[in-house]
Design a protein around this ligand. Sequence first.
Ligand SMILES: Nc1ncnc2c1ncn2[C@@H]1O[C@H](COP(=O)(O)OP(=O)(O)OP(=O)(O)O)[C@@H](O)[C@H]1O
Ligand SMILES: [Mg+2]
Length: 259
Amino acid sequence: MLRTVTATRYVLPLREGGSLPAIVEADDLGSYVVKFRGAGQGPLALVAELVAGEIGRALGLRVPELVLMDIDSALGRNEPDAEIRHLLKASVGLNLALDYLPGSTMFDIAARDTVGPEEASLAVWFDAFTQNVDRTPRNANLLMWHRKLYLIDHGAALYFHHNWETMPEKAESPFTEIGKHVLLPWASQIKETGALAQQKLSRSLFAEILAQVPDEWLDPDAGGAAAKKRETYVNFFTNRLSAAGIFEQEAIDAHARLV
Ligand SMILES: Nc1ncnc2c1ncn2[C@@H]1O[C@H](COP(=O)(O)OP(=O)(O)OP(=O)(O)O)[C@@H](O)[C@H]1O
Ligand SMILES: [Mg+2]
C-alpha cells in the first residue's frame, strides 16, 4: 500500500524537468520529488508514474518509494514565482511523490556508469512492457545512488492510455522504440530475464496496483468512470503479458543489431 503524506514546505523547483517537478518536504519529515497533478502533462502522467513504477518494483527493479502527497491551498500561497504559485493552486489534493535521493547522479555512459546484463535486460523488458519511450541516452531517467541504479520518471510510459479506442490492439505491439533504449547494449539476457519477469506479474497484481490510483486522476470530471478504467488497464496489462513474446523478440533483435 502506498503511504499518504501531507506537503509542509515547497523547497525547490527541478528546472530541468519538463513538468516542473519540485522538491517538497512532508509531515513525515521526508523530502520528496513531487509530480504535480496540475502540470501540463495532465493527471494521466501521474497514473503512468504510479502504475509503471509499481510494476517495476514488483519485477525487482529499484524505484524510489512512491507516496501520495496531499497538497492544501496554503502551500505556495506566498511563493514569489507566479508559475509555481499557479501550479500549486491547480494541484490542491492528491499528487504523486517519489522519495528524494540526495546526491544521486544521472546514469551516464561518458562517466563510465555500467550495469550488469540481468539488470539491464530486466529494465529493457520492463520498459517494453510498459511502452516507455523516456529511457534514451539523451534523457536516461536513471539515477545512480550509492552505486546502484534507480529508475525514475515513468510519466511518459503507458502512452496507449491517451487513446482508449486503439488500446486493445496496442497490447500486442512490438514497441520498436526499444531500439533507442540506453541500456540495450548491456541487455544480453532478454529471453531468460523475460521468463522470470513473466512469473512475477499477474492479473491480480495489476488489479492491486490499479486499486491504489486515486479516482480523481482517472476520472477528473468525477463521471463515475474510474472503476471501468481500472478494469481496462488490468485487461490491457494481462493481454500484453500473454503476448510478451512479441515485444521480447523485437528487443532481442534490436540488441543483436547493436553488437
Ligand atoms: N527521486 C529523485 N531523487 C533525486 N533526484 C530526482 C528524483 N526524481 C527526479 N530527480 C531529478 O529531477 C529531474 C526531473 O525529474 P523527472 O525526470 O522525473 O521529471 P520530468 O518533468 O518528467 O522530466 P523530463 O520530462 O524532462 O524528463 C531528474 O532528471 C533528476 O535529475
Ligand atoms: Mg525526466
